[in-house]
Each structure stands twice: as structure tokens, then as C-alpha cells.
Design a protein around this ligand. Structure first.
Ligand code: UN1
Length: 482
């Protein structure tokens, strides 16, 4: 569909109110009900959510049964879900806009990616038996794509899934699970338990759970890992995709227009709410002044505003808490005189101004600020290795960008940087299922890469291979995209 058609299809759901809650195989107790707000429009009530509780999780775990249909049938059902997503795109767009504040372009990419995950993992249903019951815990920043990707992989391997979407985005998850059941996934093989931390804690300590897939913060991954160690089978796998402190290096040979476009997209698209987003930019000292001027000019040209306007580049952040946190971070930098550029934003709604902050190096960054905040440092002509070492020293290892026209440098830098995905002379977000498997190392995650050939394998029971570490090279190896 064209953007106009998408917008029209979405428009039919402009005032709809969704009602969501746990979806379990058998009757299970549920908890309190709450209104789901719209991050861009404070008075818009998008729907209501009835939360699951630890008791809901216990009942769902008892009712869970691995999906024992043959691989061809599982494959057909996963593809049917993809078809249903495509047929229902207007409604899915509307929820992504109103519940998650997704811009039109981000929502297009998100539905595309969810469909890609379903078809890609749907082609990998043959293999060893399932682990059993998988808990899938997903983030709000890709509330359909990552939510669907985890579930599709677990189901492709024949597992039963207990899925907890992020508490900010339960409505899109609920609608997705309805479509999955409509396509033919048995209710015993897929149950939805929306909730906050206590539901997550119940999932990662329920003895029936044989493995956990998690995407979210590094801190939460560590909590999950501890809970699994204390409560689950020692062999239960944790498949985690976590945070990043991603950098880009721009040397004096880079094409400035190309580099600026890549930086603006990498740092500010999706309001910077991607684990892959660019956080710290290193520009070679010799060109820093003119380059910074171009970059701040490009920031001036960005449109920040309502996600449902076709021309919007940057929408809101997810909620009031996120806005308060990022605004406080910017205010502190401002107080220290380190803000180089900030933009105007609409008054109402959870908008955060895209902001450029001066630092001496990535070492100064104490944490991942999950919003449209970019840090800028410079390096001397002979200092590129020192910059890379400083980036590696942070311990994360997700994405890295390089802008250069020196061929030898591409190899040298790619060899030295320790990340999952290296992007050369392009943006460093927007990995594509199948052709660009995505995932990191160190504090950024366990591997295997999502959208890669080994991802579904980790959802199967083959302890011999696990023990021997016999994963193919694509499992965690660095990938270079140009
Ligand atoms: C995330 O933000 O949690 O390449 C991971 C990208 C996306 C990142 C998803 N696949 O930008």
C-alpha cells in the first residue's frame, strides 16, 4: 500500500478503544484494569488493559503444552499469521501510532519486520525437538516486531510460549496474539500474560519454564539471569538482546552529506529509542568545526511532532517517566554548558528535544540514555585506535558506524572494534531480517543474532551441541554491512 492508503486504513481506527488482557488456555485469575494512554496526545485513551498476576502465570504454565504439530504445519501457520498481519495492517498501524507513538515510517518498517520474522523463522521449523515451555519477554520500542520475532522463533521450534509484552504496549501484543490464534496456533502453545516486574519475575522462576528469550535493558537481563540461576533448570537457555553505547567514527575523508544523513537517522529516528541507535559520535578534529555546523543544520531541518503526520521525522518518547529521565539528563548537561544544539518540540505529549552534547570521549557516558540524545567527541588524525579502545572499554558491543573513504581503514577498524554489527558509510540502524542478522556481544547480549540462521536453533533441545558450543560462525560473529 501507499502511505496515503496506509494513513486511510489507520484512520478507521482513530477513535477505537481496544480492550486487552491475559489470553490463557484455561480460565485463570487476572488482576487490576488500567487505561492505556497515547504518548503523543495526553487525553487520548487508546484502550484498557487487564493485567496478569503471578497467579495468572502459574495457571498458564500448568496449561502450557509444546506445539507438537509437524514442522510443515507449523510453517504453514506462521506464514498464515504473516498474511493476517498484512491483511490487518490498518488496525496494527493505528495501535502502533496511538499506543507506542510510532511515526508512519517507523510503523511501516515495524510491520514489515514482523512479517519478515514470521516468514523467515517459518522456513526453519525442521529440526531437533523443542525445549518445552519458553518465556518470551519483549520491549516497548519494537512492540510488534520483536514481540513477534521471539514468539515466532520459539513456535517454529515447537515450544509452548508464555509471552509478556512490555507494560507500555500490551494492546498491540494482545491483537497480535489474537491473530496468531486465528491463524491456527493452539491456545495451549501460546498464552499472553501482560504485566510489569512481578509477572516477569514469576515467569523466570516458574519451574515449567525451560528457557527465556528477553530483549530489553542490560540491567533487567542480569536480574532475569539471576532468577533463572536460582529457580530454573541449570541448562535453561537465556537468549538476551540488551543495551548498547553505540559509536560512529567520521574521519576527514568521509563524504560529509552522507555522514550527516546517516548520523541524523541513526541517532534520532524512532526518537533514539533503539538499542542500535548512535549515542556517541567521534569526528576527526581537522573537520570537526565545519562538520558540526552541517550536523546542527540538519538537526534544525528535522520535523518533530505528531507521529501520524506523514512529514514527521521524530515522534514522542514512550511515556512521562522516559521524558522526565531524558529531560533531566539534558538539563544537567546544559547546566555544565555542554549542550551544542537542541531542537524545538510541541508542548503537549511526551516529546523530547533532539539534542547534541559535547563530551571528551565515550568514557564520560555513564549509561545508555534511551532517547534522542547524541554525544559528540573529536579525535586526532593519529588517534583512531585510542577512540576504538575507549569504545570497546565500555563493555557493550552492539552496533558501530564508520564513515571513511580509506579502504584499509575499513578492515583495520572492523577488526579492532568489538561489536555485533559494523556499518560502513551508511546508517547504523534498521537491520533486515535474513540479510542482516542483528545482535551483539558483551553487555549487549548473548547471541545468536535475531533474523539469522541460528536463532531458531537456540530454541531447540540439543544439549550436546550447546555443551560443545557448536554454533555456526553466523551465530555471534561480527557482521560488516556497507
Ligand atoms: C532494539 O532496538 O531493541 O537494527 C533492537 C535495528 C533494530 C534494532 C532492534 N533491529 O535498528
Amino acid at each position: 500500500p501507499t502511505l496515503e492508503e496506509i494513513d486511510a486504513a489507520r484512520g478507521a481506527f482513530e477513535r477505537h478503544r481496544w480492550q486487552a488482557g491475559p489470553i490463557t488456555a484455561e480460565d485463570a485469575p487476572a488482576g487490576a484494569e488500567e487505561v492505556v494512554p497515547n504518548p503523543a496526545r495526553p487525553r487520548d485513551e487508546v484502550g484498557t488493559i487487564t493485567w496478569a498476576t503471578p497467579e495468572t502465570v502459574a495457571a498458564a504454565a500448568r496449561a502450557a503444552r509444546p506445539w507438537d504439530a509437524d514442522p510443515a504445519e507449523r510453517s504453514a501457520v506462521l506464514n498464515r499469521i504473516a498474511d493476517l498481519y498484512e491483511e490487518n495492517y490498518g488496525e496494527l498501524f493505528a495501535i502502533l501510532h496511538r499506543e507506542a507513538g510510532k511515526s508512519l515510517l517507523d510503523a511501516v518498517a515495524e510491520i514489515r519486520e514482523a512479517v519478515d520474522f514470521l516468514r523467515y523463522y517459518g522456513a526453519r521449523t525442521e529440526g531437533d525437538p523443542a525445549v518445552g515451555v519458553f518465556a518470551c519477554i519483549s520491549p516497548w520500542n519494537f512492540p510488534l516486531a520483536i514481540f513477534t520475532g521471539q514468539i515466532a522463533a520459539a513456535l517454529a521450534a515447537g515450544n509452548a510460549v508464555l509471552s509478556k509484552p512490555a507494560e507500555q504496549t500490551p494492546l498491540i501484543a494482545h491483537r497480535a496474539v489474537q491473530l496468531m490464534h486465528e491463524a491456527g496456533v493452539p491456545r495451549t502453545a501460546l498464552q499472553l500474560v501482560p504485566g510489569a516486574g512481578e509477572v516477569g519475575a514469576a515467569l523466570t522462576s516458574t519451574p515449567e519454564v525451560g528457557g527465556v528469550a528477553f530483549t530489553g535493558s542490560t540491567e533487567t537481563a542480569q536480574i532475569i539471569h539471576r532468577s533463572m540461576a536460582e529457580n530454573l533448570d541449570p541448562g535453561a537457555p537465556l537468549i538476551a538482546e540488551t543495551g548498547g553505547l553505540n559509536a560512529m567514527i567520521v574521519d576527514s575523508t568521509a563524504l560529509p552529506e552522507q555522514a550527516v544523513a546517516a548520523i541524523v537517522e541513526s541517532a534520532f529516528q524512532s526518537a533514539g529509542q533503539r538499542c542500535s541507535a548512535l549515542r556517541c559520535l567521534y569526528v576527526q578534529e581537522d573537520i570537526a568545526e565545519s562538520f558540526t555546523e552541517m550536523l546542527t543544520g540538519a538537526m534544525d531541518a528535522m520535523r518533530i511532532g505528531r507521529p501520524w503526520d506523514v512529514s514527521t521525522d521524530v515522534g514522542p518518547v514512550i511515556d512521562a517517566e522516559a521524558k522526565a529521565d531524558i529531560d533531566a539528563y539534558i538539563a544537567e548537561a546544559d547546566g555544565e554548558g555542554r549542550v551544542l544544539k537542541t531542537c524545538d518540540t510541541p508542548d503537549a505529549g511526551h516529546f523530547v528535544a533532539p539534542t547534541l552534547i559535547r563530551v571528551t570521549g565515550i568514557g564520560e557516558l555513564e549509561r545508555e540514555v534511551f532517547g534522542p540524545v547524541l554525544h559528540l567527541a573529536t579525535f586526532k588524525a593519529d588517534g583512531i585506535d585510542r577512540a576504538i579502545d575507549a569504545i570497546n572499554a565500555k563493555g557493550y558491543g552492539l552496533t558501530f558506524g564508520l564513515q571513511t573513504r580509506i579502504d584499509d581503514r575499513v578492515q583495520h577498524v572492523s577488526d579492532r572494534i568489538r561489536v555485533g554489527n559494523v556499518y560502513v558509510n551508511r546508517n547504523q540502524i534498521g537491520a533486515i531480517v535474513g540479510s542482516q542478522p542483528f545482535g551483539g556481544e558483551g553487555l549487549s547480549g548473548t547471541g545468536p543474532k535475531a533474523g539469522g540462521p541460528d536463532y531458531v536453533e537456540r530454541f531447540r533441545a540439543h544439549p550436546a551441541d550447546h555443551a560443545a558450543g557448536e554454533w555456526s560462525k553466523d551465530d555471534t560473529a561480527k557482521r560488516i554491512e556497507t
